[in-house]
Design a protein around this ligand. Sequence first.
Ligand SMILES: NC(=O)c1ccc[n+]([C@@H]2O[C@H](COP(=O)([O-])OP(=O)(O)OC[C@H]3O[C@@H](n4cnc5c(N)ncnc54)[C@H](OP(=O)(O)O)[C@@H]3O)[C@@H](O)[C@H]2O)c1
Length: 370
Amino acid sequence: EILESEPDTETPKEESVAVRTIYLSTDPYMRCRFNEDTGVPYTKSFEIGKPITSAGIGVVMESNNNFGLNQGDLLMSEFDAWPWQEEFMLDQRNLKNLHKLSKSMAAVCPVTYSLGCVGLTGVSAYFGILGEVNPTVNDVVVISGAAGAVGSVAGQLALKRGATVVGICGSDEKCAYLVNKLGFYRAVNYKSKTFQEDFVRAVGEQGASIYFDNVGGSISDLVIENMRHSSHIVLCGQISMYNTEIPYPPPLPAHSQALVEKKCINRARYLVFNYENRFPEATEYLLKQVASGDLQGTETTSVGIENAPKAFVDMMQGGNIGKQIVKVSKSPTLGVLDAIRAYTPSVVRRFIAERTIIKHPCCFCLFLMI
Ligand SMILES: NC(=O)c1ccc[n+]([C@@H]2O[C@H](COP(=O)([O-])OP(=O)(O)OC[C@H]3O[C@@H](n4cnc5c(N)ncnc54)[C@H](OP(=O)(O)O)[C@@H]3O)[C@@H](O)[C@H]2O)c1
């Protein structure tokens, strides 16, 4: 339900900051927040009568340097704290879940990337690939949900390690994107009648040594049939099961479970938050890759807060390539940054990323001096 609400006049101006939402993120984990019990400790269910929340980006519209924030400052929530509201008042209580977005990051890549390939999404791919399995040239890495936000980054990171990467996704257009744009070895459409044969051919006789599983269900059963002895499954997500009552992670069917045991396949549940103390390392790496053009961020953008619910459902049904975001409003600040970045050669962006991002937030000034 979309509600019109009155402006908040009760919170004294000196105790709050007026914020306008610019972008919202839509993510599969939000589906479990519609249940009474999310089943996971790290995020709570949505409350009836309160706004939906997700990751998001916005701009401070009005502030008297309250909480150290000034007009034009960019704010973001990386995970689940940004309210789906066009404008809202931020007070001390809800401030703790939001933080300032570094303008230096915005100089290197579109700010929306902080919701996608250099944000928690990219970080999830980074630790799922480089932390859990760290592939080499000898690996055949299969990625399901490969054309989505996490999958597309995971595939690119595995490619950078020299692995042979095979993607599974839900359309021929997505297959073409994976192979032609991102350089996957092969991509297979699981909705095609010939999916099974196509997949077996794509993986080859040796079979897969690593499976980055975003979807579960019958797709994963087929992959498991085509995995090598002593291979690895990174259990990243099981989106094909999210619209069901089955608790996460759903058990494998008996046949697949038996194969996992027989082939000594390591199948470990993966959670990005287990790597929380190493997030800066991942962000720094991802930013450098984007700045040098070695990592492509792809986005599907819906416009208008009224279209945010549809964007979420579309993403759950495969309407997105890369990260599904919602553009809620324009920001003059971002317009200027976008323009500057567009005229900055990638070698300069890489220079900025290598020396200053994360560690030295004043890099935007440095950039302007260059
Ligand atoms: N473990 C962690 O810490 C962690 C962190 C972040 C995300 N995740 C998980 O990573 C996965 C991907 O998340 P994301 O944000 O990158 O989403 P996404 O891949 O950008 O979007 C979801 C995609 O899932 C695919 N899909 C939907 N229903 C499907 C089905 N029944 N069978 C096969 N594919 C289906 C659709 O693509 P097609 O067109 O290909 O069907 C859709 O585009 C999710 O499972 C999510 O829960 C895990």
